[in-house]
Design a protein around this ligand. Sequence first.
Ligand code: PMP
Length: 364
Amino acid sequence: MSRTAHIIDDVLGAVGNTPLIRLDRIANEEGLQCNLLGKVEYMSAGGSVKDRIAKRMVEMAEKEGKLVPGHSVVIEPTSGNTGIGLAMACAIKGYSVIITLPNKMSLEKEAALRALGAEVVRTPTEAAWDSPESHIGVAQRLQREIPGGIILDQYRNVNNPLAHEYTTGPEIVEAVTGTPSTESRPSSGKVDVLVAGAGTGGTITGLSRAIKKKHNKECIVLGVDPKGSILAYPDELNTEGSGDQYVVEGIGYDFIPDVLSRDPADVNEWLKTSDEEAFAAVRLLMRREGLLVGGSSGSALSGALRWLRSERGRAVAQTKGANVVVLLPDGIRNYMSKPWFLKMALEAEPSPLARRIADVLKTS
Ligand code: PMP
């Protein structure tokens, strides 16, 4: 539904309904015949794909009577974006919020959370997920001690994948099927390939279900997991760089969340990505497509391009009109002070134009 055709009740009405945007310049540079399409989630109200699950988890908990205004305290362990979505929903609904956030997550996320009125507790990044010091362990401890404390639990809550099965997935299908095939822009009329990273795994699991059950059961769903994480399947993929820390935020874990399906019928293939290739792909999305995306968007695009260059992906890459959709989960707002971004933005080699400016200003 168009967002601008009517008055919206509150900010939750501006969650989701994000655009699917052609990445033609990158596709041309890569020599792709297929369509490369980005689902741009930073255009959701809270700035990420996780707004959708926050909204659904809160609304369903309210329906089930689990949230009581003036009493309930929503506590959630998150890499930040689910927290921002929850803090946004709870700001308008009047629930208190506590977010437990590993130290590696950006200051920008903490600032956004605090600005929305949430309390933020930082936890050691290196703490194992099941240790009492981890973001999950600390959230559980707080829930036991704080009256009204409730963990909606994105790692187990069925409303996480369902939010994507019911909103993100159908939006992608609607955009693809609603765009006619023309001579200059051929389209198969189907989602042929879908690429998404996994943190909780709710996005990729829900998207796969939406697309394979209701649209195209032959769709190839590709999961992206950073080196150092253990979410990829089969497990052998995770041996290289096992235990390594990675800078990219929001994807990868040291345990398999319940909401992630590693069934090859749901996620056909997994790709492991490095920080370097992720950040190079972020730069490409900014410079070539003008999209101010965050790090995990670069992971997803770099995985997609690597697969399209591979033996298995080449046939799709060379098929006119095949639709390859890449999920771009959040925006650069979350990472403006991170060294990887500042380096990319401010320490690039001076361009010929920059050198010309320097010359002009020196002589005049
Ligand atoms: N990218 C970013 C920036 C995220 O915050 C998340 C959520 N953890 C993801 C990707 C992965 O989404 P999901 O939890 O649905 O797998």
